[in-house]
Design a binder for this molecule. Sequence first.
Ligand SMILES: Cc1cc2nc3c(=O)[nH]c(=O)nc-3n(C[C@H](O)[C@H](O)[C@H](O)COP(=O)(O)O)c2cc1C
Length: 208
Amino acid sequence: MNKSLYDIIEEKSKNFNILGIAGSLQDDSSSTKILKIILEKARKNGNYTNIIDLKETRLPLFNPNKPRDKTDEIEMVTKEVINADAFILATPDYHGSMSGTLKNFLDYFWKEFSGKTFGYIISSHEKGLTVLDQMRTVVRQCYGWSVPYGVSINSSQDFDIDGKISNNKLEKRIESLARDIFTYGILIRSQFLDDINNKEENTYAFQY
Ligand SMILES: Cc1cc2nc3c(=O)[nH]c(=O)nc-3n(C[C@H](O)[C@H](O)[C@H](O)COP(=O)(O)O)c2cc1C
């Protein structure tokens, strides 16, 4: 007998897996710092979390002629992406867009993102709204779902001299994302898995 949606939600709630992608190569990156804080909070909320820091895990430039070269890095990253139930992407604002490092990571995958929820962190001096839009466009193109707000940080204003967060609104957004990525993400992921299990035809999930 097929599992019910509620069975899937209950099961997923015990092993919901959030993968953070750090898209800055900068030492002491502010976007990576906030990503780690949010993942730590999500872990305290009872979720499994992991991080791929693209500064440490260097992916070669994506080449469509060799989409799955068997390097250790590509194999490890592919495994983590497949196992993830939701993602948090973190990037600096580079010319109003995401970093090339993050875009290169995204180019490796598409169907692995489908039916999964994405949260966003942008380090920018200008709120990074165009950066957020571009990440959301990529995710939508791959049939992923987006949390409807981003966490935007200004590295020159939002930290005190000890490097602690000094912006209350930012603190609140951090708390929200650590909650929402699971609270909403589990519903979307579970419904997607349920549609696949039931071979439901009248849904975008049918093609997977
Ligand atoms: C190539 C390049 C382009 C940048 N373009 C912008 C920009 O268009 N707007 C902006 O606000 N900041 C821009 N910045 C500044 C970074 O977004 C900013 O320093 C950010 O805090 C870095 O994040 P990180 O600490 O996570 O690497 C740019 C920086 C670099 C190196």
